[in-house]
Design a protein around this ligand. Structure first.
Ligand code: ZN
Length: 624
């Protein structure tokens, strides 16, 4: 990945007004100098999400998220910084030229060109497959099949479904007319080569030797997209079941496609996932499309059968809970169990929806409709309830040894729950169900290392910053005169004494010009997430002196701000002096202090007391 020059980033920031950008996602209401809306990052009834057009920042006073226009796009779209920059660049019609430096530059450049070539090939291939399905004679049988499963032309268009003809060379010939070379086609995984032995056999059998052939033949094609909606791979479903051929075939891993890190449908469903805070997980692409089209839009499908660690990690960025809607058959049950580890590891709550034998989400939602399916999702049982019921039904444990044997099996699963409270709860439940004492079950649990629990965005604990530091930060950020005053003080020495002093230090050290949005943006990007939340709050809120202009009649707000700021500063100075005084006094009290040191320390103590006394005097005539 190259770097985007900072001039370009500034240019992009300048061309994307934060009110317009956020306003294009959801309506904003004017509230004085700012704009307000219900926060998209947490559930709320009264708007605390605030956008400041003058600072070009946003902040939610409910959950603490905040930052620049780039931060908003990153958080809202769940994309990284370079992607947010590119997205806003294209919105403003600015071309991003990335810089490549360092030793691996050539290699990086080649990789990038390869990826871009593959993206173009995939986009065109998806269109070609799609046209086969929609317009061509060759797609008739596929059209019929999809119609029978309730997939209309409109739905096929929305998901860009396609058809790969039942031929060895249909895709290859098309691709050659588009002048893609063999190397590129093979790198895309859409074309396979015959190995040497295959070649020899073909030649002895007198057939026209084919060195390469289409991977997908006679299949309905589902484009697999990355989370910004670019086609990166395909999944093909066999139109007519054939012996020895897999019903579903996916693209192999390529420079674009890492099978275990893509969730089918995510590009279309992520907003719904965030809103529901819950993902309905189904196995197949058709299941997902049927649910989505029926109006159940918070859906994803893992590629393959069970969740990988990286898929679960991606999902956790959007939801806290998943409802598995896997088929009732043995394969579906296995997939559910094998998904569990990855899901629990990522602290997702896992529930299992009841799918009657012989049905799948696709057939169910078409037969019963949206409402009935939603009832199933709502009624989905906790994974462990489901597991206990299933195991108990299978083995009917009556005697004590049988119940203990079953408990051992379930405890193996419980051990995978990383969160101790949740684990304890499941132990209680299992014990009750098996008519065993909870302590007995706990004893069966292997030792579990404690882990740090990450809080989701909406519950994030905000910095509990002392009032005096908050006041100093607020004014240092927003009042240039006060910032200059602080910089004229002995600020490094004073701030280093205070545990929260670094917050003020980072403002004073930054080349910050609050009249320039790109300067604010650079500053907010230089601090960590909790600090960003704290600073964006201070930048976006109204100042108390702005809230009630003329509150003090003849005192101008700026003077008021300076007075408040200086009081806070003097408080901190005194605090720092007292700490120093205490340190020196402790040194004095040491048993073997040399007489020379005693004189020195006494002098320091006097000096510090003097300074403290001066600071405690009411403001002299110079301040009037
Ligand atoms: Zn919020």
């Amino acid at each position: 990945m190259g770097t985007i020059p900072s001039e370009t980033i500034e240019q992009i920031a300048a061309a994307n007004d934060i009110v317009e950008v956020i306003g294009s996602y959801f309506p904003l209401k004017r509230a004085g100098a700012n704009f307000k809306a219900l926060c998209p990052f947490h559930q709320e009834k009264t708007p605390s999400f605030t956008v400041s057009p003058s600072r070009q920042t946003f902040h939610c006073f409910g959950c603490g998220v905040g930052g620049s226009v780039f931060r908003f796009v990153m958080d809202y779209e769940h994309i990284d910084f370079p992607s947010a920059v590119r997205k806003l660049a294209s919105r403003a019609g600015i071309t991003v030229v990335e810089k490549y430096r360092g030793g691996g530059a050539d290699d990086e450049q080649r990789q990038r060109e390869l990826r871009q070539g593959l993206l173009k090939l995939h986009a065109e291939a998806a269109q070609w497959f799609h046209e086969n399905l929609i317009k061509k004679q060759v797609g008739e049988a596929a059209r019929k099949y999809l119609r029978a499963r309730g997939i209309t032309a409109e739905i096929a268009k929305r998901w860009q479904l396609g058809y790969a003809p039942e031929e060895w060379d249909a895709f290859c010939s098309w691709a050659r007319t588009r002048s893609y070379d063999a190397r590129e086609l093979i790198a895309s995984g859409l074309v396979k080569t015959k190995d040497e032995t295959d070649l020899a056999q073909t030649q002895t059998s007198n057939l026209k030797p084919l060195t390469s052939y289409d991977r997908f033949r006679g299949r309905i094609m589902f484009p697999i997209c990355n989370d910004v909606g670019e086609v990166i791979a395909f999944s093909g479903r066999l139109l007519q079941d054939k012996e020895g051929a897999a019903k579903y075939l996916n693209s192999p891993e390529t420079a674009l496609f890492r099978k275990g890190s893509v969730l089918f449908g995510l590009d279309k469903t992520k907003r719904a996932l965030i809103e529901a805070n819950c993902a309905v997980v189904c196995e197949g692409q058709l299941d997902l499309i049927s649910l989505f089209e029926a109006g159940i839009t918070n859906v994803v499908a893992p590629q393959g059968t069970a969740f990988t660690e990286s898929q679960a990690r991606i999902l956790k960025r959007f939801v806290n809970e998943v409802v598995l809607c896997f088929d009732a058959d043995a394969a579906g049950q296995k997939a559910a169990e094998r998904s569990l580890d990855a899901l629990l590891e990522n602290e997702l709550i896992v529930r299992v929806a009841e799918i009657p034998p012989g049905e799948d989400p696709d057939s169910l939602v078409r037969r019963e409709g949206k409402g009935a399916f939603e009832t199933r999702v709502e009624g989905a049982r906790d994974f462990f309830d489901y597991l206990i019921e299933r195991e108990a039904a299978a083995s009917k444990p009556e005697s004590y040894p049988e119940r203990i044997r079953l408990a051992r099996r379930i405890v193996e699963m419980i051990a995978r729950v990383p969160e101790p409270l949740l684990r304890g709860e499941i132990v209680q439940k299992t014990a009750a169900r098996l008519n065993l004492a909870a302590e007995e079950l706990t004893k069966l649990l292997p030792a579990i290392p404690t882990r740090e629990v990450k809080l989701p965005v909406a519950d994030r604990i905000q910095l509990r910053v002392p009032q005096v530091i908050e006041e100093l930060c607020r004014l240092a950020l927003r009042n240039p005169e006060f910032r200059e005053f602080l910089r004229s003080q002995d600020w490094q020495r004073v701030l280093v004494e205070h545990e929260w002093g670094t917050l003020v230090t980072s403002i004073l050290e930054a080349q910050l010009d609050v009249t320039k949005p790109d300067s604010i943006d650079a500053f907010l990007n230089s601090v960590d997430e909790t600090e960003r939340s704290f600073f964006s709050h201070l930048l976006t809120e109204k100042l108390s002196t702005e809230k009630a202009p003329g509150r003090r009649g003849w005192i101008k707000p700026e003077i008021d701000a300076m007075r408040v700021g200086k009081e806070s500063w003097s408080f901190l100075q005194k605090d720092s002096l007292r700490r120093e005084l205490k340190r020196v006094e402790t040194l004095m009290a040491q048993p073997n202090v040399s007489p020379g040191d005693v004189i020195n320390l006494q002098k320091q103590i006097l000096d510090l007391r003097e300074q403290l006394h001066e600071l405690s005097q009411p403001a002299g005539p110079a301040d009037k």
